[in-house]
Design a protein around this ligand. Structure first.
Ligand SMILES: [Zn+2]
Ligand SMILES: [Zn+2]
Length: 138
């Protein structure tokens, strides 16, 4: 794949606008996860996230706090949120030290690339269907 001539810049922000991060170029990976931790963290039926390399960050502003949890594999994962409004804007994980996993909803972009996979598909709520291109990972 060749680098697109003009790379898009996208900005993710929290509800109050205090915490903002902009990213150059396309995400490395886009995925959804229906595990119970992601359901609790988002308050929704699944998380929808885009992973970007840290080098893709072009703007990074605002206060933030982090909540660390430990995965089943025993590795840490930080949920990073705005202390004023509570939006979970992105995550950092021990397993992917060079990347940020950004909450796609924070981009406010209905044309954002779709997830390639839904992880923890066995936790998926019955009411929603997914495009056939989305791979289900149990
Ligand atoms: Zn905020
Ligand atoms: Zn999850």
């Amino acid at each position: 794949m060749t680098e697109p001539e003009i790379s898009a810049t996208r900005t993710a922000r929290c509800s109050c606008g205090g915490l903002r991060l902009s990213f150059r170029g396309e995400p490395l990976r886009v995925y959804a996860c229906a595990c119970l931790e992601c359901q609790r963290a988002t308050g929704s039926a699944f998380a929808y996230r885009a992973r970007f390399h840290r080098n893709a960050v072009s703007e990074d502003e605002g206060e933030r706090r982090r909540f660390r949890r430990v995965t089943e594999a025993g590795r840490w994962m930080d949920q990073i949120f705005c202390p004023a409004c509570g939006s979970l804007v992105y995550m950092e994980a021990e397993a992917i030290p060079d990347e940020l996993a950004v909450s796609v909803g924070c981009f406010s972009d209905s044309k954002f690339p779709p997830p390639a996979a839904l992880f923890w598909a066995r936790r998926k709520h019955d009411w929603y269907g997914l495009h056939e291109a989305v791979r289900l990972v149990e």
